[in-house]
Ligand binder design. Sequence first.
Ligand SMILES: [Zn+2]
Ligand SMILES: [Zn+2]
Length: 442
Amino acid sequence: MGKRRSNSLEEHFAAERPEKARKEDPDEDRKARKALKKEKKRNKEKKEKKEKKEKKEKKDKKDKKDKKEQFGASGEETAASFSKDEEEDAHEKRLIDELHQRVNSTPSECPDVPKQTGNNSILLFYAYCPKGDMSRDQQTKAIAHCYETLKSLKCTGRLRIGREGYNGTLTGPSDGVRRFTKELRKWDNATFGQTDFKFVDNQPDKQLLPTLKVFPVTEIVTYGFNPQDAPLNMRGVHLKPQEWHDALTKPDTVVIDVRNFNESLIGKFAPPNNETGKHGAEGTNNLGVVGSAKVLDPGMRKSTDFPVWLDKHKDELEGKKVLMYCTAGVRCERASAFVRKRLNRDEVYQLDGGIHRYLEQYPETGGHWIGKNYVFDKRFSHGADRSTVISQCVNCKEPWERYNAHQKCFRCKMEVLLCNSCQRLKPALPKASLICPLCEAK
Ligand SMILES: [Zn+2]
Ligand SMILES: [Zn+2]
């Protein structure tokens, strides 16, 4: 073995470069060294890229897990879409939340929303079959038909199809999503003739959902109860926003928020006190005042908690007019039918089009609504122009309404409100100190 050069890099190259070139041609030598250097750089970049990718995958997986825990069996049309599919990811969830926020808000209600420009649209809708459940065969055909149609129109997103009906969040070319709704009406007018299709236009490509999934579900909103216990022909009477507004001022009335607890925390209906003429937020508590409706908050962590809650609290509904509301209306459809059937009651009502439609009617003051409509994404908040913050940071108790910390309750794993200052604390708050108000109350 000959004497080696002292430079370790040289040594490295020497060891690797072709024996022939090393001996015979100094030019070749240089070229080989250069090539190797390049190769080494390439390898390093490749390695870094791979590590980055792995890190991201790991993070996405964790986010996905967190979201799943959070939404396990939630009833919201968006959340429900996330309960079953393994391939869902956090980005998609955020996107759908944004879309739902955007769909029922006009620019004046939502000044924070950046202007979107693009040729795409979002389509949100749900529809129950008016003549009862489809057969399995019809369901299979519906899935195939919708999938083929959407695919041909270059639409993406997800469409849940149960034997009871449809629940979709779709994106695509503005023309494409519209043609899909026309096709649905043509194909099954009994089901889609009256459907409230909601379009949100001018969306950039980045708002397009990445894949198309049309899949079978048992319930289009997950309650976990037998549909026979909540037949749709027994659903509550739909009240238009103005009718709902008036109904909240009536005595002997209870209001049930059918959404999950973390949603109710930042915004809710606060019936006025008829004696003072003030809204719950201004003058009184919002837990029932003389002469107006009394709010009952089931404090649900997921929609499947509802039947359990109802059995425990049915006495409070005794002899009262029952009003029910949710984000966009779909959760009330079965829930109101369930209440009527379970309690053998007729005076059950639901807010038509949900909070979104109500806020469209009362964009400035919010009517009897206080706080914000639930949002995930920090870029969007939805409420009346003059909305107040009704919730607090879980740590410092300062007013706070944005779920932007992605922190969960140490006990029940529901997301908690943590203000920016508390998020920045060094050392970070111990996880065990984050307890949601629902757990704290126990
Ligand atoms: Zn704080
Ligand atoms: Zn908790």
